[in-house]
Write a protein that binds this ligand. Structure first.
Ligand code: MIC
Length: 307
């Protein structure tokens, strides 16, 4: 199951797991086709694509859960790490969130120490909750995981808990590392120092928290300098998420295409590898062939004549 697979991946010393950020069915399918070992569901992308709103704590648990469950269902062999923001409330709510993510097939999630009216970690003016409130979120997550493991078994129930701190901006490096250390002591599996501003900080947090795996968040145009997967691996990181990889690409291409239609009254046919891209080619990335095969295997005749 996906949670066990993710645990196996993060236990491999000296290896870096590169997770593309996805936020809907199409972006998830694109990344799955490219064979990544693990996907990341971005909350920012979920908020933008499902609500048409910025990453300001507006997506509810149900918005996030529905998106994560759909993405996790596309290929159960590939683990999905999903953003769980603050856990969406007090300890009881955090526990509900963790249980719901496990039941939806999510393999890992991250919980942070921002106030409920949170914002993207790369924006200014972040406010964080006291360290003991953050710890109560992590403890609630650990309790929920233990309860679910007893019910659904370790392979699915042993969701990877990633503790994220946003304390670097307001309280500095040492306070942020102290928060991560207590979260790990409380049962978190992975540490995530949000918004680090240099590779050197990355090296230090990995060394200080070793052997706990540490996650790097690479946000294009954010506060963290550009760090390659190899540089991150060498610095000691075990995971790197790229929340914006598909979001930025879709934004850029979408803006250009929309303007072109507005200005010329036409839409150009996309050509890839010398072939026009029509609906069939788009549906192929989303499992068209598998759907037709299943229908046939079950004795359905709807697509006998082809599509
Ligand atoms: C990782 C993150 O929580 C996300 O929603 O993907 C965001 C990224 C972003 O806003 O681009 C973050 O707070 O860093």
């Amino acid at each position: 199951m996906a949670a066990a697979r993710l645990r196996d991946l993060i236990s491999q010393q000296g290896r870096i797991i590169v997770c593309p950020g996805v936020y809907d069915g199409l972006t998830a399918r694109i990344a799955l086709r490219d064979g990544f070992d693990c996907l990341y569901m971005t909350g920012a992308g979920t908020s933008l694509s499902r609500l048409g709103m910025p990453d300001l704590g507006l997506a509810t648990m149900n918005d996030m859960l529905a998106n994560a469950g759909m993405i996790a269902s596309l290929d159960r062999r590939v683990p999905l790490i999903a953003d769980a923001d603050t856990g969406y409330g007090g300890p009881v709510m955090v526990a509900r969130t963790v249980k719901a993510y496990i039941a939806a097939g999510v393999a890992g999630l991250h919980l942070e120490d921002q106030v409920l009216a949170k914002r993207c970690g790369h924006l200014l003016g972040k406010e964080i909750v006291p360290a003991d409130v953050f710890l109560s979120r992590i403890r609630a997550a650990v309790i929920a995981r233990d309860e679910m493991r007893a019910v659904v078994g370790a392979a699915a129930g042993d969701i990877v808990l990633i503790a994220r701190t946003d304390a670097l901006q307001a309280e500095g490096f040492d306070a942020a590392v102290a928060r991560l250390r207590s979260a790990v002591d409380a049962g978190a599996d992975v540490a995530f120092l949000e918004g680090l501003t240099s590779l050197e900080q990355g090296r230090r947090v990995c060394a200080l928290l070793a052997p706990t795996p540490v996650l790097l968040n690479m946000v294009p145009g954010g506060v963290t300098p550009d760090i390659s997967a190899e540089e991150a691996r060498e610095a000691g990181f075990r995971l790197v998420i790229h929340p914006g990889v598909l979001l930025s690409a879709v934004f850029e291409a979408g803006v250009a295409a929309s303007r072109e239609l507005r200005d010329t009254g036409r839409v150009r046919t996309l050509v890839r590898e010398g072939k026009a891209v029509g609906p069939r080619e788009l549906f192929e990335v989303a499992g068209l062939a598998e759907c037709l095969a299943l229908d046939k295997m079950a004795g359905g005749q709807a697509y006998e004549g082809g599509v």
